[in-house]
Design a binder for this molecule. Structure first.
Ligand code: FRU
Length: 681
């Protein structure tokens, strides 16, 4: 079946000069003139290149060449070397081209050389080669060679072994950002559309590229994608003695994009093992539907996930099943289980997403985020006996003009569970006027009426933020075998460009937190105790501080416990991620609040206090003590105040020189400080 239905036009080139020929600064290599069957701008050193317009082995499509024709070394029987005319690197200083071939050998490559010395400055072989799979599909490569701007260069294509290489779509003159972006998007498109099986494409892409992510630029103990972008935690579940966490994932780039479900598991919530991507966007004749957020449940030894497909502006819910916890298949022959036809008249079908599935007695319930037709948010409850047929029960909670400043508009990512004798709803309301992150995350404690679908016995004053930081969104919970309720959130916010995009990844999840509801109905959250198993190099101090103490410790993957009795009107606290002058992220108490000020760690981003200083309301303990537990991990800080009564989570921009820890106080204060390195090998 691998028979090639190739349509081959082979043109042998017999007349070539054997010396390089400079055609002046105006010359640029555009496509290489392969479309015109013209290699007169190339110099053949040896071998026998041809121009081909082959199509894919199954006859269905091209090798993704541009136009019809491309250069191939396939027919060359001897060692082949061909050079472009010399050109002066101009415009933005980028070079791009398409490459494919049957080998990942460095003897079959495209390279760029300095005209003056022939020195090789960049080279590529067909690194996406993987056995028989995608050998002839062109991938696009874009190189930033701007350090060579205005320098005379040439391109060399060489094939000095039994393999072959195909080249097309060369452009040595990228004039502006728009053109560059078009090429960069094309890099992704080509990866995404290498096959109709987008799950396979994504896996394939990850396997080829994840090696380029430098482990020094990754978090040490926060779950992130293998590379690319992640947002919400999805499908949190304790399944077959392990914790499974899925996450919204664009493996192709450090920006939000076609949503997949990434997947990892752990037996202690700290060390994670990546599993194959669980869900890819669906593709059909009309386009693709992204796999948005959702949840998981174990039923009779199988794992089910319920999530939203977002397609052409509509959102509907689907359920997939897995026997092994790794590969998933839709239970309803690919169709939705809840869609716009199931919605009450007051719900807008365009915003209807993020189902969290739960079971009570023999009935399954699902709480789903929704927007009312009046634009305010709501959470809707559906019920089912068999997972396929769902009925609308009622609105768990609805926003209105009266709740605008607490609950904003659309409610995303609801979760409903019983905890310490109360019914708790958490959700992420969007567009709260004046909110530091625009979108918030809140909890409400009440009594759930599963007959009417409504949460009862709560009022607006009881709705509280879960975390007062800059980077905490879309939390979800699961229960484990010990009965612990564990919450994990996305450690990032919308509308801010994550600081790590430059390293090939963006977004991570918070450290898992055990949560409780105390006797006053307040949510208490604290890092799971498992993180303490990774503490090493304990050091501790009791120290009187007035003014800025000299740097006490160094490190940025650290667990700190701090307690002190602050003077109400004076600032006192700790600076982390600091330079040697003490400029860093300040965490301090003053007049009823714990502040986090990351202004010094923003690397010039988001100037202005609005984005850089936040505060959580705090009541000191009876004897006037404040305790802070602070966990640092490369680019993040999580602060737990008074044993988890409040939390502040924030990412920071950090460099190697900002790893110092200081204490400071405007009035003499005694601090008790313990510190451990967290070492996760
Ligand atoms: C929340 C959210 C969800 C949606 C997902 C898309 O951060 O907007 O409502 O399902 O992200 O990635």
């Amino acid at each position: 079946m691998m028979k090639k239905l190739a349509l081959i036009t082979i043109i042998f080139f017999t007349v070539f000069a054997f010396t390089g020929c400079v055609s002046g600064p105006d010359y640029q290599v555009l496509d290489g003139d392969f479309e015109k069957n013209d290699l007169s701008h190339w110099t053949l050193v040896s071998g026998n290149p041809t121009i081909s317009d082959e199509i894919y082995f199954d006859g269905s499509r091209k090798y993704m060449q541009e136009g019809e024709s491309f250069l191939t070394t396939k027919e060359s029987t001897e060692s082949l070397v061909i050079r472009s005319n010399h050109f002066v690197l101009s415009g933005m200083g980028y070079i791009t081209f398409l490459l494919s071939g049957n080998s990942n050998s460095q003897n079959t490559q495209l390279s760029i050389h300095l005209s003056s010395t022939d020195e090789l400055i960049e080279s590529a072989y067909h690194m996406t080669y993987d056995g028989d799979l995608f050998i002839d599909n062109f991938v696009r490569i874009v190189w930033d060679l701007s350090v060579y701007l205005d320098t005379e260069l040439y391109i060399q294509i060489s094939d000095t072994d039994a393999n072959y290489i195909n080249v097309d779509g060369i452009d040595t003159f990228i004039e502006n950002d728009y053109e560059l972006q078009r090429y960069q998007t094309n890099v992704l498109e080509r990866m995404g559309f290498m096959t109709d099986d987008l799950l396979m494409s994504a896996e394939y892409y990850l396997n080829l590229h994840k090696q380029y992510i430098d482990s020094d630029t990754r978090y040490s103990y926060h779950l992130m994608g293998e590379m690319g972008w992640i947002n919400d935690p999805n499908g949190l579940v304790y399944f077959e003695d392990e914790y499974h966490v899925f996450y919204q994932h664009n493996p192709y780039a450090s920006i939000w994009g076609p949503m997949h479900w990434g997947h990892a598991k752990s037996d202690d919530l700290i060390r994670w093992e990546y599993l194959p991507i669980a869900v890819a966007p669906i593709v059909n004749h009309a386009g693709g539907g992204a796999a948005f957020s959702g949840s998981a449940i174990e039923i009779g030894g199988d794992l089910y996930i319920m999530y939203t497909e977002n397609w052409q502006g509509y959102q509907y819910q689907v359920i997939s099943k897995s026997e092994d916890g790794i590969t998933f298949e839709k239970i309803n022959e690919g169709n939705s289980v809840i869609n716009e036809d199931d919605l009450p008249f007051y719900a807008n079908p365009v915003d209807f997403r993020d189902p969290k599935i739960l079971k009570k007695g023999d009935t399954y319930y699902s709480v789903i985020g929704s927007r009312q037709i009046n634009d305010y948010g709501q959470v809707l409850l559906f019920s089912s006996d068999n997972l396929i047929d769902w009925e609308y029960v009622g609105p768990v909670i609805q926003g209105s003009v009266n709740t605008l400043y607490t609950l904003g508009k659309m409610f995303e990512c609801p979760d409903l569970f019983e905890l310490d004798g109360s019914d708790v709803l958490i959700m992420s309301p969007q567009e709260i006027p004046g909110h530091r992150n625009t979108h918030g995350t809140v909890y409400v404690v009440g009594d759930m009426n599963y007959q009417t679908g409504m949460l009862e016995n709560w009022d607006l004053s009881q709705i509280k933020e879960i975390d007062y930081g800059f980077d905490f969104y879309a939390p979800q919970t699961m229960i484990d075998s010990e009965g612990r309720r564990i919450m994990i959130a996305w450690m990032q916010s919308w509308n801010r460009s994550p600081m790590t995009g430059q390293y090939g990844w963006a977004g991570a999840l918070t450290l898992p937190r055990e949560i409780h509801i105390d006797s006053e109905g307040q949510l208490i959250q604290y890092p799971v105790s498992e993180i303490e198993n990774y503490r090493e190099n304990f050091e501790s101090k009791v120290i009187d501080v007035l003014g800025n103490q000299d740097s006490l410790y160094t490190g940025n993957v650290i667990d700190i416990e701090l307690s002190f009795k602050p003077v109400e009107t004076e600032s006192s606290g700790i600076t982390v991620f600091a330079d040697s002058e003490g400029n860093g992220t300040h965490i301090y108490y003053k007049e009823g609040y714990v502040y986090l000020d990351r202004t010094d760690n923003m690397g010039g981003r988001h100037p202005g206090d609005f984005y850089n200083i936040t505060k959580a309301p705090v009541v000191l303990q009876e004897d006037g003590t404040l305790t802070l537990r602070i966990l640092l991990d490369q680019f993040s800080v999580e602060v737990f105040i008074n044993n988890g009564e409040q939390a502040i989570t924030s990412t920071i921009y950090q460099s190697d020189s900002t790893d110092k820890i200081f204490l400071f106080s405007e009035s003499e204060t005694e601090f008790t400080l313990s510190k451990w390195d967290l070492i996760i090998d």
